[in-house]
Design a protein around this ligand. Structure first.
Ligand code: NAD
Length: 284
């Protein structure tokens, strides 16, 4: 069997087109969806992420307000002050503080200060709590994108065994809760899991979010399983690789995401969807 490829580029383009139409509807009612982006310091990867988010926002008609702050001049207090201003600004629908923040800044305090109704990254405890309660508001963008990819691949998690590998707050944990809400029987594997191969071989759905190239071997995959590879690992050759041995896994899986071109493009699309959703509540 050769797995069907789940095309994240195509699905994200579809999501962005839906967002563009919803943005236009907001604008027609006098509300321009607006995202405030806060970047502290000059981390090169963060600069690229922020630039890409700005570009996508412009493409779909979302306005952005950039706040670029020097690492040395910025303190936890000054950042909290900026977040408070953005919270109070009725024209700002979403606030994104690019992570990681420099070490001298209390990132938890900053994320906690973001108004949960503007927390388009979905990292605020209020939004994560709602997700756990099965009453989500803003869902973290990468796991939301994974769910959309499963849906587009025609995979209904209900009654299936799903394995999430990785337990981070931004991917693994919210992913497990989304699958649970979709009625899958969910297992979470992590760095202390003793027999990953066995866990993988039982799973109808595998979501790998670890950050180790080719950790999941092709021969572990249950025939016909859906494989969502969140991992983004830069190899010595300069190429990008996922957490799954793609060539091996695609011989056994029913459907699989490539890296690049799978989950990656879904994350920004999910962010834009969260911003327009917030703006729609301003429209009323
Ligand atoms: P993280 O480092 O916060 O978490 C990694 C998790 O993997 C941990 O929970 C750890 O317990 C688990 N782990 C480590 N070694 C393991 C092992 N041997 N077996 C099983 N589990 C193990 O990482 P993260 O932020 O969740 O990101 C994971 C990967 O996803 C990274 O490659 C990251 O670049 C990628 N990522 C991609 C996107 C995207 O848009 N496509 C978004 C976020 C993260």
């Amino acid at each position: 069997m050769t797995a069907a490829l789940i095309d994240g580029k195509a699905v994200s383009a579809q999501v962005l087109e839906e967002v563009r139409q919803r943005v236009a509807a907001c604008v027609a009612k006098g509300v321009t969806p607006t995202l405030a982006v806060v970047l502290v310091g000059d981390d090169p990867a963060s600069q690229i992420y922020v630039r890409n988010k700005g570009r996508r926002a412009a493409e779909v008609g979302i306005a952005t307000r950039d706040h670029r702050l020097g690492a040395k001049e910025t303190t936890t207090e000054s950042l909290l002050e900026l977040v408070a201003q953005l919270d109070a600004d009725p024209e700002v629908d979403g606030i994104l503080v690019q992570l990681p923040l420099p070490g001298h800044i209390d990132a938890d305090a900053v994320l906690l200060a973001i108004d949960p109704a503007k927390d388009v990254d979905g990292f605020h405890p209020d939004n994560l709590g709602r997700l756990v309660l099965g009453k989500p508001r803003f869902v973290p963008c990468t796991p939301a994108g994974c769910m959309r990819l499963l849906q587009e691949a025609g995979v209904d998690p209900a009654g299936k065994r799903a394995l999430v590998i990785g337990r981070s707050t931004i991917v693994g944990k919210p992913m497990a809760h989304l699958l649970l809400a979709a009625n899958a029987t969910v297992t979470i594997a992590h760095s202390r899991t003793t027999n990953l191969a066995e866990e993988v071989s039982r799973a109808d759905i595998v979501v790998a979010a670890v950050g180790r190239a080719h950790l999941v071997r092709g021969e572990w995959i249950k025939p016909g399983a859906a494989v969502i590879d969140v991992g983004m690992n830069r190899l010595d050759t300069g190429k990008l690789a996922g957490d799954v041995d793609f060539e091996g896994a695609r011989q056994r899986a029913g459907a699989i995401t490539p890296v690049p071109g799978g989950v990656g493009p879904m994350t920004i699309a999910g962010l834009m969807a969260n911003v327009v959703r917030s703006a729609e509540s301003r429209v009323g």
